[in-house]
Ligand binder design. Structure first.
Ligand code: MUC
Ligand code: MG
Length: 376
């Protein structure tokens, strides 16, 4: 293969409205800000990537603006002129020159994989050893803030065969109110649905002990990140004290965290997010750690557009067993899709896009319309 150099890296922020308020313990989202990356290579080929977080700076240490500035100011000058085919080389350089900033690195790395896959004429899944599935179960998040609205939304999803796994966002109200809310939804849906919750770190250990007991009795199957990301001792206590599955999300920022959580047995399941891991390669290392430790796997989301969702699908399609399925529904939470061909959601599954690279293309008119820097 001839040497193909990285000629240009362009970034832009898109502001995309959500279909309803998405109420999380730390923020209510009414729009999502996605940072897109387009890399142009010396042979004329291109690759696209995305780095997206949730709720400004309320979820994690990176914001849309910091993602863009980390790329423009520090990553791009280091990568220009280097080989576009050597993704590992680019990753090592980014890790050496830029601490943290995993989502910024993810956006660039996805664009490199996309360009490489397109030049080789293969999907990115092939670059990770090949897909073992072409579709995966996909959960939906009920987070309107109201039990009756959530129940109506869940019924619609089940009837249209779009989702029968629901993640409820809790942690904003009292533990008692949250348990009652979950119990109302579980009672209304019965065995037609799997009910899980995400507390997004909002509880103390004391609250979590009550919470897990109540949720378990209400028929909830899994609880995601009940306590602080750093409090692995509390996560380990909850994991061993209750039958309900405990899933780590915010505790997992890359392979080193994956090893720490596994060593302490501080979760039963890993929510693997490509953005939080630092890209597809680092996410594959998080996955390998969970597999080696005998932990369950779930494909998480940062509520990204179809672009990053497609990149995640490429990687997760290569994983032998995703015990808890995926929540790769990001594009469905947005009022508009920015892909020329939206991802396919049917029969309770999301399908892996066919095609080279990450398998999707951006709609230029939509991108122009939602770009923050050119909006009036
Ligand atoms: C999170 O913490 O998992 C994922 C799905 C959703 O609704 O919010 C996110 C964030
Ligand atoms: Mg979560």
């Amino acid at each position: 293969m001839p040497v193909t150099k990285i000629d240009q890296i362009e970034t832009m922020i898109l502001d995309l409205p959500t279909i309803r308020g998405h109420v999380l313990s730390m923020a209510t989202m009414r729009s999502q800000a996605a940072v897109l990356v387009r890399i142009k290579f010396s042979d004329g080929s291109e690759g696209i990537g995305e780095g997206t977080t949730i709720g400004g700076l309320s979820y994690g240490p990176e914001s849309p603006e910091s993602i863009q500035s980390a790329i423009d100011t520090y990553i791009t000058p280091a990568l220009l002129g280097l080989s576009g085919n050597n993704v590992n080389g680019a990753l090592q350089l980014m890790d050496r020159l830029v601490r943290g900033n995993r989502i910024a690195k993810t956006a660039v790395e996805i664009a490199l994989w996309d360009g490489l896959g397109k030049r080789l004429g293969v999907p990115v899944s092939q670059l990770f050893g090949g897909a073992v599935t072409d579709k995966m179960p996909v959960a939906w998040t009920l987070a309107s803030g109201n039990s009756q609205t959530d129940i109506a939304e869940a019924h619609e999803m089940i009837e249209s065969k779009r989702h029968n796994i629901f993640k409820l966002k809790i942690g904003k109200r009292s533990v008692r109110e949250d348990i009652a809310h979950v119990a109302r939804i579980k009672d209304a849906l019965g065995d037609a649905a799997s009910i899980r919750v995400d507390v997004n770190t909002a509880w103390s250990l004391q609250e979590a002990r009550w919470g897990l007991k109540g949720l378990q009795e209400a028929g909830c199957e899994l609880i995601e990140q009940p306590v602080s990301a750093r409090d692995l001792d509390a996560m380990a206590e909850l994991t061993s004290a209750f039958e309900i599955a405990v899933m780590a999300d915010e505790s997992l920022n890359g392979p080193e965290d994956a090893l720490a959580v596994a060593s302490k047995r501080a979760a039963d399941v890993y929510a693997v997010k490509i953005a939080q891991s630092g890209g597809l390669k680092r996410a594959s290392e998080v996955i390998a750690t969970a597999q080696a430790a005998g932990l369950g796997l779930y494909a998480g989301t940062m509520l990204e557009t179809g672009l990053s969702t497609a990149a995640a699908l490429q990687l997760f399609s290569t994983v032998e067993t995703l015990h808890w399925g995926t929540e790769l529904f990001g594009p469905l939470l947005l009022t508009d899709d920015i892909l020329t061909e939206p991802l396919t959601y049917r029969d309770f599954c999301v399908e892996v896009p066919k095609g080279n690279g990450i398998g999707v293309a951006l709609d230029p008119d939509k991108v122009a319309y939602y770009r923050r820097d050119t909006r009036a």
